[in-house]
Design a binder for this molecule. Structure first.
Ligand SMILES: [Zn+2]
Length: 263
């Protein structure tokens, strides 16, 4: 039960940082530049790849071996399952968001805005799962305080990249003609999937503890799929230069440092 509460708190934190970022819509007058979009999407990708390795895969391998399982085998299985699920769900999710964004919103969103909102919303799903699972792992092994600080480091890293994401979703919506309040709400809600999937993942992990290594690897598979399939192509298409790559490097370094120093 504790695991679910902590998963909820951790993901609510990440969610509220997105809302804070979306609040900028009320006072920022400037258009958001493509370079800025490229940087923040690249940055999010870097945080997610580093989080997959340090917060999900490595603890997953360790837990599998403690359980007497073959670490690499369990981890590869979970990882592939995550990738396969998203391969199947990708098209469905896109259709869903397209119809939802287009339905009765009185404004005509540009295709590029739609792609950006979708890329950010979809990547928040595995992020929520990752934070939820990291806290359930920590709660299942209270004797290892490093797991808890690792989960907190992960929530912090995800939270940091969510701030500019909230802004990056809300501002283009405003530019496309959405009312300020609605642009704020849509920006904020792009991260509402985080508490939802974080809590779901924590519930599953609490009831089937032996599956923990598999679930951690599963979340890592979905993270890496989303980064390679959605975030990085979107980041590179926003900006012709190397800023998206540099944003990625910065995100990767930040998450790695957070995990290694705090976790
Ligand atoms: Zn995010």
């Amino acid at each position: 039960m504790n695991a679910v509460i902590w998963a909820l708190l951790g993901t609510l934190f990440a969610f509220s940082v997105t809302s804070l970022g979306a609040l900028n819509v009320f006072w920022i007058k400037r258009e958001i530049t493509n370079t800025f979009q490229g940087i923040i999407l690249g940055f999010a990708g870097g945080v997610m790849i580093a989080a997959s390795v340090w917060s999900l895969l490595l603890p997953g391998i360790q837990r599998a071996e403690e359980n007497g399982q073959i670490g690499w085998l369990v981890i590869s299985g979970g990882f592939l399952a995550g990738v396969l699920l998203l391969l199947g769900a990708d098209g469905l999710l896109k259709k869903h968001y397209e119809t939802r964004l287009a339905s009765g919103k009185v404004v005509n969103l540009k295709q590029s805005t739609m792609m950006l909102v979708m890329a950010i919303t979809i990547h928040n799903i595995p992020e929520g799962m990752a934070v939820g699972l990291a806290f359930s792992l920590a709660m299942s092994e209270p004797s290892d305080p490093a797991l808890f600080s690792g989960a907190a480091a992960l929530a912090l890293g995800i939270g940091i990249q969510n701030y500019p994401e909230g802004t990056a979703v809300a501002l283009p919506l405003l530019r496309d003609g959405m009312k300020k309040k609605n642009a704020f709400l849509t920006g904020s809600l792009s991260a509402a999937v985080e508490p939802l999937f974080g809590v779901l993942a924590a519930i599953v992990a609490t009831f089937v503890t032996p599956l923990m290594p598999l679930l951690l690897a599963f979340a890592a598979g979905t993270m890496i799929y989303v980064v390679v399939q959605e975030l990085l192509p979107e980041a590179q298409s926003c900006d012709e230069g190397k800023t998206a790559t540099l944003g990625f490097i910065a995100g990767f370094l930040l998450m790695m440092i957070l995990d290694v120093s705090l976790g």
